[in-house]
Design a protein. Structure first.
Length: 148
C-alpha cells in the first residue's frame, strides 16, 4: 500500500523509514520521480507523499548499479552498549537499525530467517519463470506456423 501523509506532518528518521519501500517502488515505476529523487530528495518526497521533511534533515539518495555496492554504517545510538552482546545478538540489533528490506521490524530472528527464506524462494521462482519463458520462446520459434 502506498504511504500517504498529511502536508505539514513533520517527518523524523523513523517515519521516513516507513516510506522507504514506497519511495523505491515509486522510483522504479516512475522515471520522472526517480530523476527528481536523485536530484532533490526532500522536494521529491514532499511532493509525492504530501509530507514535510525538516530542513535540518539530510537525505542522500544513491543509485546502486550492478557493479556497485553501497554500505551504510548507522550511527551507534548514544544510550546503547554492545559490550555484553554476542556477535549474533549484535547482528540482530544492527538488522533492526538498518531496516534493510525492513527485516529488522520482525520481532525475532526466526521470523526474519523465514522471511529471508521466502524471499530466496521467490527469487528462485522468478528465475524458473524466466527460464520457462525462454524455453517457450525457443519452442515457438521451432514450431511450424499454422496458416488460417
Amino acid at each position: 500500500a502506498a504511504a500517504t501523509g498529511s502536508l505539514g506532518k513533520r517527518m523524523d528518521k523513523e517515519i521516513l523509514r516507513d516510506y522507504e519501500l514506497d519511495i523505491i517502488v515509486k522510483a522504479w515505476r516512475d522515471e520522472k520521480f526517480r530523476k527528481n529523487l536523485l536530484k532533490n530528495p526532500k522536494k521529491a518526497i514532499e511532493d509525492e507523499f504530501g509530507v514535510h521533511v525538516p530542513e535540518d534533515m539530510e537525505i542522500f539518495v544513491h543509485e546502486e548499479r550492478d557493479n556497485s555496492l553501497h554500505l551504510i554504517v548507522p550511527s551507534l545510538p548514544s544510550n546503547f552498549s554492545s559490550e555484553s552482546l554476542t556477535d549474533d545478538e549484535l547482528r540482530d540489533v544492527i538488522g533492526g537499525v538498518l531496516a534493510v528490506g525492513h527485516l529488522g521490524r520482525l520481532s525475532n530472528k526466526k521470523d526474519r530467517e523465514r522471511l529471508k527464506d521466502l524471499q530466496n524462494e521467490n527469487e528462485g521462482l522468478k528465475t524458473s519463470i524466466d527460464q520457462l519463458k525462454r524455453e517457450l520462446a525457443s519452442v515457438d520459434k521451432k514450431s511450424p506456423k499454422s496458416e488460417k
